[in-house]
Write a protein that binds this ligand. Structure first.
Ligand SMILES: [Zn+2]
Ligand SMILES: [Zn+2]
Length: 260
């Protein structure tokens, strides 16, 4: 996130702004060669920046490596808001100590949920747009490859057909329901992951509505970036076991959504 900005002689802020994890929006690089972190003129086009008069449009997203220092809260006597780059108006401070204008923060929350726009610290209960459905599981004595010392847990997610709400890509249109099955080892770590998956499901984060990557069809209930093993066997290529990295991977996926 932009913590290294300053204003040039025309009063235009320069810097870098991260608008999503790993993405920085920037523009008019040619005005400031050579390109260096912290000396780039940028403007963000996210909707919540539109109230600010220095907003412009741009076409390109660049991936920029992010030094640790960009995550340090800026402390200056002017106390600028890292979203609008202007003086803080009705300052709000999060528990991570980053501060924002009340209006800027509210707009960010609407856009990306209750997550600090600077350090991604989650400060509330994140809720996704998963449609209505049911999660159930049963324990079985059959083991999974790589976990021969314990049984397994079979999770079933069931979603009936329904109608998309305004959170979904095509509000008012129907979506196709689905039934999905996933497997965990029935050991201590597997049970811990099950609890986290249940929490993710209850926070409507496990599925979303969109275009299926496998069938290419629109208006489907689809996975929402939390890894699941939908097969008992076949290894990682088949979304199955054995996969010694799976339990730590799924915990990382969940942590990225504020669930840990
Ligand atoms: Zn602001
Ligand atoms: Zn923060």
């Amino acid at each position: 996130m932009c913590e290294t900005y300053r204003e040039d002689s025309e009063g235009v802020a320069r810097g870098l702004r991260r608008c999503a994890p790993g993405l920085v929006q920037e523009y008019r690089l040619d005005y400031f060669p050579p390109y260096r972190l912290g000396s780039v003129r940028f403007i963000c086009t996210e909707p919540y920046f539109h109230h600010h008069r220095t907003c412009h449009h741009l076409q390109t997203h660049y991936h920029v490596p992010q030094p640790e220092t960009l995550d340090e809260p800026r402390r200056s006597k002017d106390d600028l808001c890292p979203i609008c780059l202007d003086r803080l108006i009705k300052k709000k401070q999060l528990k991570c100590k980053h501060t924002f204008c009340d209006e800027c923060l509210q707009a960010s929350v609407q856009h990306t949920g209750p997550m600090c726009p600077v350090c991604k610290d989650v400060f509330g209960v994140m809720e996704g747009d998963q449609p209505d459905g049911v999660m159930t599981w049963i324990n079985s004595s059959s083991f999974l490859p790589g976990f021969s010392g314990c049984g397994s847990i079979m999770i079933t997610y069931t979603f009936p057909n329904g109608k998309q709400t305004k959170k979904h890509p095509n509000p008012g249109q129907p979506y196709q329901g689905t039934t999905r099955t996933a497997y965990l080892p029935d050991n201590e770590e597997g049970q811990e992951v099950l609890k986290l998956l249940k929490k993710a499901f209850d926070q409507k984060m496990t599925f979303t509505v969109g275009t299926s990557r496998t069938s290419g069809l629109d208006n489907q209930v689809i996975w929402n970036d939390i890894s699941h093993k939908t097969s008992k066997t076949g290894g990682p290529q088949s979304f199955g076991y054995p996969d010694p990295n799976y339990l730590s991977k799924v915990k990382e996926d969940l942590k990225a959504k504020g669930i840990e």
